[in-house]
Design a protein around this ligand. Structure first.
Ligand code: XBP
Ligand code: MG
Length: 242
């Protein structure tokens, strides 16, 4: 079996706790801008996270609260506009320092870079969000360490579909058994495993109780986890044929 060549990171919930105080707040600001009487409180947003992707989540909500309007000919355009506002609010919030990396993440990124382990991203969130988060939390130079960023609409089928991981592996030119995915959610784990990657799970605010199976480690965070530990877990993974 291959040695570990690349770490493929999820973003939301994994690199940073972006959802509750980042994306959720940005959605609510976009609703207020548009004069909509919608507000996603913390538990409601937790339920809505079952739908991955912001535009998909918006449409799902709209169909629930006003199915007739959500079936209108211009519904797709309305969702796109609303989501553009949401992205602008999210980027502003991140650039103002509203979101920090989770404990342990920066150390692991630095260690991997120093040991020439390739860094990549496979996420459902929009590319503008990833860009703002990496530049603000890591700085310009460290943000450029990610060799491949698979984000948002680069694939049509979002997590739990494996497509974004396959997209990233294609561009890395690496087989799945040389890469380790780091994910926070059941949908993310399913996506990575569907593409043949072993996974370390770092549960977050919204994913503490999600049922997840067959991960190399099931953690509440990455604080104190070093690269040698990841490599040790990775070496003990089962081959797909086992
Ligand atoms: C994250 C998501 C994203 C964000 C919002 O899932 O589902 O949709 O909530 O981002 P994962 P956008 O961590 O598994 O990638 O609004 O830009 O879609
Ligand atoms: Mg996630």
């Amino acid at each position: 079996m291959n040695a570990l060549r690349a770490l493929v990171w999820d973003v939301d919930g994994t690199l940073a706790e972006t959802e509750r105080d980042g994306h959720r707040v940005a959605f609510n600001r976009a609703f207020a801008d548009a004069g909509l009487p919608w507000h996603w409180d913390v538990p409601t947003y937790g339920e809505l996270l079952k739908v991955t992707g912001g535009k998909e989540r918006l449409l799902h909500w709209w169909r629930r609260v006003d199915p007739a309007a959500a079936a209108g000919a211009d519904a797709g355009a309305v969702v796109r506009r609303l989501h553009e506002r949401k992205t602008a609010h999210y980027v502003a919030l991140v650039e103002a320092g509203g979101v920090a990396l989770r404990p342990g993440v920066r150390c692991l990124l630095d260690e991997a870079h120093a040991q020439r382990i390739v860094l990549a991203i496979a996420t459902t969130t929009s590319a503008a969000n990833v860009d703002a988060l990496l530049r603000t939390t890591l700085g310009e130079a460290a943000a450029r360490r990610f060799a491949v960023v698979g984000a948002g609409d680069v694939v049509a089928a979002k997590k739990p579909a494996p497509d974004v991981y396959r997209w990233v592996l294609d561009r890395l030119g690496l087989p799945p058994d040389a890469c380790l995915a780091i994910e926070d959610s059941a949908a993310g784990v399913a996506a990575a495993q569907g593409a043949g990657l072993a996974v370390v799970l770092t549960r977050g605010l919204y994913t503490r109780d999600e049922p997840v199976a067959d991960v190399l480690a099931d953690l509440d965070g990455l604080d104190g986890v070093d690269l040698a530990t990841l490599q040790h877990w990775f070496a003990r993974r089962r081959a797909p044929a086992d």
